[in-house]
Design a protein around this ligand. Structure first.
Ligand code: CIR
Length: 256
């Protein structure tokens, strides 16, 4: 169970962040409203939410997930792969130091975004992507092994439709993965029960388990029906403005 989460309020310059999609310019009032609802949902699930103030130096800094991997056995500070985001980790280091006595760091020339790391119980899938390089993946694998976890890498560099591994696959507890159709056949996922997301609902593959509930994005009826049919309790959240900047439900918080 999670007891805490860290989030960061989106800044006024949120729309200046990086994006690979052409869904239009996010509306700040809606960004803020959607962020408030997201935080409220975390609180509803019993988490104490630390809400960091907006950091206007970094337009993408509301996507805190990319700055750290947080586990029950310690935290790993990342080294984000986008040059405009590398400075985001300094503030998160200070914050995490309040909660974690064990903290290690991904070092140059390694790069790694938290969005590429999919925790699945004792095992971690590490995406090698446009943001996470092989050296970053190697360092993370080593840190995780020292903490007693196993890991394996999944190369998504050829998959142009997703930014991060977790844009395409999410672990929602037990033996279950939610996985986009394009990735469902991956051998790494062979031992898991898979809920396959149809191509037209791919964005919904990024969902999160929070203390017995699954947060999913609004507007994806097939995914919603599939999860309900499997007995999951859902919290459906509007994510349109974050989607415009390549962001999903997992990126908006560090949960531990
Ligand atoms: C970026 O390109 O870095 C941000 N605009 C979106 C990051 C989304 N993070 C995530 O999926 N973990």
């Amino acid at each position: 169970m999670f007891t805490k989460a860290i989030v960061r309020v989106p800044g006024k310059n949120f729309a200046d962040g990086l994006t690979t999609v052409s869904l239009g310019v996010p509306r700040l009032d809606m960004v803020l409203r959607q962020h408030v609802s997201y935080c409220a949902a975390l609180k509803l699930c019993g988490l104490a939410v630390t809400s960091l103030p907006a950091d206007e130096r970094f337009s993408d800094s509301t996507f805190v997930e990319d700055t750290a991997i947080v586990t029950e056995r310690g935290a790993i500070l990342t080294r984000p792969g986008a040059a405009s985001r590398t400075g985001e980790t300094d503030a998160i280091r200070e914050e995490l130091a309040r909660f974690f006595s064990t903290m290690v760091t991904i070092e140059a020339p390694g790069t790694l975004d938290g969005g590429d790391i999919c925790e699945a119980g004792e095992h971690f899938f590490i995406g090698v992507s446009q943001r996470t390089n092989e050296e970053g993946a190697r360092q993370l694998g080593m840190h995780l092994a020292r903490m007693g976890y196993t890991s394996s890498t999944i190369d998504i560099r050829e998959m142009t439709s997703i930014l991060h591994l977790k844009s395409g696959v999410s672990y929602i507890g037990g033996e279950t993965l939610v996985v986009m159709e394009e990735m469902a056949g991956n051998e790494e996922f062979r031992d898991f029960r898979k809920i396959v997301v149809p191509v037209e609902e791919s964005y919904a593959a990024n969902c999160i388990w929070v203390n017995g509930r699954i947060f999913i994005a609004e507007g994806y009826p097939q995914m919603r029906a599939a999860l309900l049919k499997s007995g999951f309790k859902l919290i459906v959240l509007e994510m349109s403005e974050f989607q415009k900047m390549d962001g999903g439900l997992s990126c908006l918080s560090l949960r531990f």
